[in-house]
Design a protein around this ligand. Structure first.
Ligand SMILES: Cc1cc2nc3c(=O)[nH]c(=O)nc-3n(C[C@H](O)[C@H](O)[C@H](O)COP(=O)(O)OP(=O)(O)OC[C@H]3O[C@@H](n4cnc5c(N)ncnc54)[C@H](O)[C@@H]3O)c2cc1C
Length: 527
């Protein structure tokens, strides 16, 4: 019954009712006093409902005409005034809590990378009454030193095999093209994404040619502009390329290229702050939840959980602040598997839904930057070789960047972000030099490593609610294509929260339940 309900796309909300769960599928927005929330399942936030979490405490929406930001500003002004008239110089008679997160928030987003910020943006953008939803983003590293977003290579393409991935990237490219309509902030300068339009060029061997043809069919059906090229056509268009071993190529004619990820991240951050989203510099270390044990008609035991409190450990201190909330978004990127574990996800007998883990883990990927005076010019696309090696131009001075994902059995230790220079020498360069003979003489100038938010099950994103921890939503696991899909994924997750279903793009194949059901959303075009 559980499997059947999940296959039908019914959240445990409906399941729960079928099980005779108490409650009527209330919305999370309706506070339940101190007794916790009744009902269960995919509870949409009704965005025109006034939000309140359990217990007493400040309610931002009650603060007259002041927004949350204004309110905190006023409090800190008053504190400063009191301080200035009291004796005692630098000694602070009031406990300064400005660094602490608020005690209540309707939504707590774990992770302030591009995916977390995009969810925050769409929640605020789609809320029906301004200020109706209080959103807190918790980010443990404000320098983003290890965040995938800023260590990525900034590419966007529509050459995927799954219709959902193509649609996500088509939506995102429209967002990026009109970034200053979406992310404009009054009195702030416009964003310059440094968008570099350039097609991706996928090369296929004889073995991969049929799959490529099928992929291109799907891409075109979804509205992407992609053409197929023969080796002869390739030689004419890109005379610097050696086409040995290439049977077919697919080339993006529109809406592909690369951009500055840092600019997108900062643009989103600036915008969501202007929309009233709060940020907190701290680490989520614990969830406090309640459980509800149930039995299905055929005797299967199911435990539904609801998170009530998120503990945020404040930076450089042993202090933590409990934040009461209605919904938690797991947007912790490569570390989201750990956040799921903290919520008890995967802690159950194997083979059960309860024992099914979020299969997302950090996988180290190297990016090398090299110079080659004789290398291809401005017309060079982003080339992916049948071997898996890829490269693209970086700027205008005959600089290039690229890399290659290692074989599964050769995955490097993700314990640090050190670069393995031998990997370039042995696994990347030979393929590059074979494909572009000019690269025989390239000189590596620098390199870095970053983490893919790698979904070991099918290398695709995980979105929407967890079927058992009913108020944890995912926006993670995009395994190397999360940056470009973030604008669309944030919208999908916000729609699911606000309306209870996907509206713009149906991402049902990316729900968590597929891990339990064993239904892969296998993407063939992973770089
Ligand atoms: C080398 C490389 C190249 C890539 N190239 C591309 C590309 O060309 N195109 C593309 O679309 N994608 C690319 N990607 C993938 C893309 O970068 C990611 O899919 C995307 O950035 C994921 O965004 P995120 O917000 O989930 O993760 P992140 O940017 O990693 O953000 C997650 C944040 O969560 C925070 N966090 C974690 N745990 C906690 C906690 N307990 N408490 C508080 N905060 C926490 C982290 O500090 C981090 O800042 C690439 C990735 C790499 C590594």
């Amino acid at each position: 019954m559980l499997r059947r309900a999940l296959r039908l796309g019914l959240g445990p909300g409906l399941l729960g009712r079928g099980l005779g769960a108490h409650g009527e599928g209330s919305t999370l927005g309706k506070a339940e006093g101190s007794g916790g929330y009744r009902g269960s399942g995919v509870f949409p936030i009704s965005s025109d409902v006034t939000f309140r979490t359990r217990g007493p405490g400040p309610r931002w929406e009650d603060s007259g005409s002041l927004g949350a930001g204004d309110w905190h500003g006023k409090v800190s002004e008053i504190k400063k005034k009191i301080q200035s008239v009291l004796p005692g110089g630098a000694w602070s008679p009031l406990c300064d809590t400005s660094h602490l997160p608020p005690e209540h928030s309707d939504v707590v987003i774990v992770g302030g990378g591009v995916l977390g910020l995009s969810v925050a943006y769409w929640l605020k953008r789609l809320e029906k009454r301004q200020g109706a939803i209080r959103v807190l983003v918790v980010e443990r590293d404000h320098t983003y030193s290890q965040a995938s977003t800023v260590l990525s290579v900034g590419g966007i393409r529509q050459q995927f095999s799954l219709p959902e991935n193509i649609q996500l990237s088509l939506f995102s490219v429209e967002f990026l093209r009109n970034i200053n309509e979406y992310l404009a902030v009054v009195d702030d300068p416009p964003l310059d994404l440094q968008f570099n339009p350039s097609g991706y060029l996928f090369l296929a061997s004889e073995e991969g040619a049929t799959i490529m043809e099928n992929n291109v069919k799907v891409q075109r059906q979804e509205g992407a502009k992609v053409c197929l090229m023969s080796p002869e056509q390739l030689r004419k268009k890109f005379p610097w390329m050696n086409t040995e071993g290439v049977a077919l190529a697919s080339y993006g004619l529109e809406n592909e290229g690369w951009f500055d990820p840092w600019c997108l991240l900062q643009g989103l951050r600036r915008k969501v702050q202007s929309m009233g989203v709060l940020f907190c510099h701290g680490e989520v270390t614990r969830f406090v939840s309640s459980s509800n044990h149930m039995e299905t008609a055929i005797g299967e035991k199911v435990t539904l959980k609801r998170i009530h409190e998120v503990h945020v450990k404040v930076d450089h201190s042993q202090e933590y602040q409990p934040v009461e909330c209605a919904i938690v978004v797991n947007a912790a990127g490569a570390w989201s598997g750990r956040i799921a574990e903290l919520a008890g996800i995967g802690k159950g007998p194997s083979g059960t839904l309860q024992g099914t883990k979020l299969p997302v883990e950090p996988r180290k990927r190297y990016v090398y930057l090299w110079h080659c005076p004789q290398g291809p010019g401005l017309e060079a696309p982003l080339v992916t070789d049948p071997s898996g090696a890829y490269f693209r131009r970086e700027g205008l001075g005959n600089n290039y960047l690229g890399g290659c994902s290692p074989a599964e059995e050769e995955e490097p230790d993700p314990g640090n972000l050190e670069v393995d220079h031998d990997f370039f020498q042995e696994k990347v360069w030979p393929h590059l030099a074979q494909r572009v003979p000019a690269f025989e003489t390239l000189k590596v100038r620098r390199a870095w490593a970053g983490y893919y938010d790698y979904n070991t099950f099918d290398q695709n994103g995980v979105v929407g609610p967890h079927p058992l921890v009913v108020n944890m939503y995912f926006a993670t696991g995009f395994s190397g294509h999360g940056l470009q899909q973030a604008p669309a994924v944030g919208r999908a997750v916000a729609e699911m929260m606000l309306e209870g279903h996907f509206q713009t793009i149906n991402l049902s194949p990316f729900l968590f339940s597929r891990f339990y059901l064993g239904e892969k959303a296998q993407e063939h075009c992973i770089i």
